[in-house]
Design a protein around this ligand. Structure first.
Ligand code: NAP
Length: 259
């Protein structure tokens, strides 16, 4: 059974074949969705175009989410080329590595603003811009990480940004509920991607994860794709404002298992 037949999904954040957004894209494609892709800037086009071709996606346009004119432009293109859409996936985050290298308390003002702008505000403004193109029952989805609720050393300003992103998910679920639109987040366990490579201590975190998690397995982009499929399909028609953990159960643990 295909869960996304006759639905159109606009996906932000495919950088390469390891991206979480690519795992989601493949799953949506498999389930019959028409896919539209947006990538950060010209440097990524070389990698994203061949991926788009693999799944027959005709709509492939850049959008740097820090630029209002680029957001307006992609909304206009989407309206012209796609008409209405049913799903928007936001898989975008960024923080200055310098700010991740020092204690969180020493985060610079500019670094704080940048992380919040790209990792949080972009979801708010994309949601606000695209809601007019959404069919009833439409769904917005973002990606977060457990460093939002507990300290993950090295995650620093990104953890604070993810806490804001999760709060934004709940506030937008409230705002958009009366329009019949849903807003959710997936909190994924660590996955080796380009963005993860920028987090100091990621390798240690990745290794410790398997030792601590009840399922004793790392997370794949396919796992996240499956959860995204559920949240963005009619199977989750009454689920909104939710943070769904896809983390082999890691978040339920309080202490590591005894030696
Ligand atoms: P990724 O493949 O590097 O994806 C991150 C994306 O954000 C890239 O496409 C990146 O483009 C884009 N981006 C950054 N700045 C942008 C801007 N100004 N405008 C538009 N796009 C911009 O890494 P990922 O791990 O799949 O990350 C996707 C999401 O999952 C992020 O929100 C991340 O925090 C979240 N997440 C990741 C993990 C993990 O362990 N990997 C776990 C939980 C949650 P550029 O490459 O050009 O910067």
């Amino acid at each position: 059974m295909k869960l996304l037949e006759n639905k159109t999904a606009m996906i932000f954040g495919v950088a390469n074949q390891r991206s979480i957004a690519w795992g989601i894209t493949q799953k949506f494609h498999e389930h019959g969705a028409r896919i539209a892709l947006s990538y950060a800037g010209p440097a990524l086009e070389r990698r994203v175009r061949p991926l788009a071709e693999q799944i027959g996606a005709a709509f492939v346009h850049p959008c740097d989410v820090t630029q209002d004119d680029q957001i307006t432009a992609i909304v206009e293109k989407a309206e012209a080329e796609l008409g209405k859409i049913d799903i928007l996936v936001h898989a975008i985050a960024f923080a200055d590595r310098e700010d991740l290298m020092r204690p969180f308390v020493e985060t610079s003002r500019a670094g704080f603003k940048l992380a919040m702008d790209i990792s949080v505000y972009s979801f708010v403004t994309l949601t606000n811009h695209f809601r007019k193109l959404m069919n009833p029952g439409g769904s917005f989805l973002t990606l977060t990480y457990y460093g939002s609720v507990k300290v993950a050393p090295g995650y620093n300003v990104m953890g604070v940004a993810k806490a804001a992103l999760e709060a934004a998910t709940r506030y937008m679920a409230y705002d958009l509920g009366p329009e019949g639109l849903r807003v959710n987040a997936i909190s994924a366990g660590p996955i080796r991607t380009l963005a993860a490579a920028g987090v100091p201590g990621f390798r240690r975190m990745y290794k410790n994860f398997v030792e601590m998690a009840p399922l004793q397995q790392n997370i794949t982009i396919e796992d996240v794709g499956n959860a995204a499929l559920f949240l963005c399909s009619d199977m989750a028609a009454k689920v909104t404002g939710e943070i769904l953990y896809v983390d082999s159960g890691y978040n339920v643990m309080g202490t590591p298992k005894p030696e």
